[in-house]
Design a protein around this ligand. Structure first.
Ligand SMILES: [Zn+2]
Length: 63
């Protein structure tokens, strides 16, 4: 049975979306994921500011 992921506080910075969710251990996690086609960037961070900074500074390798 798939675990439901319930992201909250989803924002978009350029092509990158930042969301906060709880992982399988119930800890708060923050992820930044690029929505641009063929980019595929996504990363998890332990703090919301870190994820937002990563989103702000992200540059797609493919244009
Ligand atoms: Zn990108």
């Amino acid at each position: 049975m798939p675990r439901p992921i319930r992201p909250r506080n989803v924002i978009r910075i350029g092509p990158v979306q930042v969301a906060t969710y709880y992982d399988a251990r119930g800890r708060e996690k923050h992820t930044a994921a690029c929505t641009a086609p063929r980019c595929g960037f996504s990363a998890d961070y332990n703090s919301r500011p870190a994820a937002e900074i990563a989103a702000t500074t992200h540059h797609c390798p493919i244009r």
